[in-house]
Design a protein around this ligand. Sequence first.
Ligand code: UT7
Length: 326
Amino acid sequence: MIAAGILGTGAALPEKVITNQDLEKIVDTSDEWITSRTGIKARRQAGPDQTTSSLSVEAASKALEMAGLTPSDLDLIICSTISPDMPLPSTAAYIQSKLGARDCCAFDLAAACSGFLFGMTVAEQFIKTRKARHVLVIGAEILSRYVDYKDRATCVIFGDGVAAGVLGPVEAPSGMLAAEMHTNGGFADHLYIPAGGVLKPASCETVRAGEHYIKMNGNELFKVAVRSMEDVSRRVLEQAGVSVRAIDLFIPHQANQRITDAVRERLGVCPEKVYANISRLGNTSSASIPICLDECVRSGRIQKGNLVLMAAFGAGVTWGAVLMRW
Ligand code: UT7
């Protein structure tokens, strides 16, 4: 049985940095509140010329270069995003065209912050069944275009960023060892954008009411996030027969440093094994895990043979985990 592994990673971050001090000037908040409640100090914001597809092409090109592949080697492109360039067609179609890839299958995947792990899990099925050899999975978000900069509960949290991974067949014992994905639509209204879809098409009224912006019940999500990330992490470890102590690196979705700390503590992972960049980048939704991965690979924090556990939670609500040996 062949296994699916990550052959290359790449990230693309907008240059513009929005600090907590910048936000203090536009909403009723403070650096002290944001830092102590979330761990965030700064986040990036895309410029007017940057789009989800343009940053994706930059990230994908770096990932392909690391993998020693060209766009024509791709058999499948999956773009996880909740901030697509436009509702129709998929952002993946634009990425394929801008990259110069051949007419392989390309589609978007909407699982919010869990999207990169969902994308990896889908890619794994194609690789293991030999339907595809090289799969590009991208986590891409420009959430600043959906954030209400008058809503202090959300504007301090989210940031922009994109990262990609090229997945392909690898030799045992490397590769994905276990993966799980879950959705519970019962919590859908805790994190959503009310208007702009079929239910409530965009109109002057919806725009006036700010219904094209992200609405979040953070308090309720916090509890579900901690429980579900702990649970799914334990399940993939159990499936693979791996103990918590054996993990070399734990990369949780960067939603809130307090969520990361609570999940880490409940799982019993020691602090040195947990990666976090939320202080610099905020919550970049589906880009958060692949950005962390790329930083770890490029800095040498991930070495061949390392056991890496990733866990995510997001709107839907969705949650999932992937355990892999690098
Ligand atoms: O990405 C995956 C999906 N998202 C999540 O998983 C998000 C999970 N939730 C969270 O990270 C946290 O719930 C938040 C960071 C969003 C909020 O932190 P919290 O500790 O749950 O705060 P809270 O919502 O309970 O609000 C506490 C107080 C409230 O004031 P009162 O009612 O106690 O007077 C808020 O109005 O803090 C106030 N508040 C703020 N104050 C200053 C809320 N946002 C801010 C702010 N600055 N930015």
